[in-house]
Design a protein around this ligand. Structure first.
Ligand SMILES: [Zn+2]
Length: 164
């Protein structure tokens, strides 16, 4: 079977196309404008599985003036992914669509603890060593998105961290 990958990048205006309904999958809506590409990277969505992915940037929105939207067909976002979203764009909503119907609408919420998502920026941290230890970080400031590494206690700013 040959899989084809379609990634559409829509700069705005074509609203009819943007809101095209999908049969099954996930619509990530109300993403902060400019965060769409970062979210795709963080969630590891790259089209390699052959599913249609639509990324719309800077869509006019009544709620937050401009937003990004991601639609991933035939894939349902898991809670783990939702947590990542909360760190990048806390006001995002996740809509799960089955057979053209909205079956679940989730507001993303910031967890108290972040596991495995980011690498600690301290090169000497045990989570960056050859040991099989993945990062654990406490969220110390939900508004400012500040984390603290559980292992080396370094204070970390989400915007400066690298994803696994
Ligand atoms: Zn650390």
């Amino acid at each position: 079977m040959i899989y084809s990958t379609v990634i559409q990048i829509i700069p705005m205006s074509e609203h009819d196309l943007i809101v095209r309904r999908i049969r099954d999958g996930t619509v990530i809506d109300h993403l902060k404008a400019g965060k769409g590409i970062q979210v795709l990277n963080a969630l590891g969505i790259n089209g390699s599985d052959g599913n249609v992915i639509t990324l719309a940037l800077n869509v006019p929105s009544a709620k937050i003036s401009k937003k990004d939207i991601i639609k991933v067909e035939n894939k349902y976002l898991k809670d783990d992914d939702t947590n990542k979203l909360a760190l990048i764009s806390p006001k995002a909503t996740v809509n799960i669509i089955k057979d053209f119907k909205l079956v679940e609408k989730r507001l993303v919420s910031l967890p108290n603890k972040v596991e495995r998502i980011f690498r600690c920026s301290n090169p000497d941290c045990i989570s960056n060593s050859n040991e099989d230890i993945e990062s654990i970080m406490d969220v110390v400031d939900k508004t400012g998105l500040v984390l603290r590494c559980k292992y080396c206690t370094r204070i970390l700013n989400v915007s400066e961290l690298k994803y696994y």
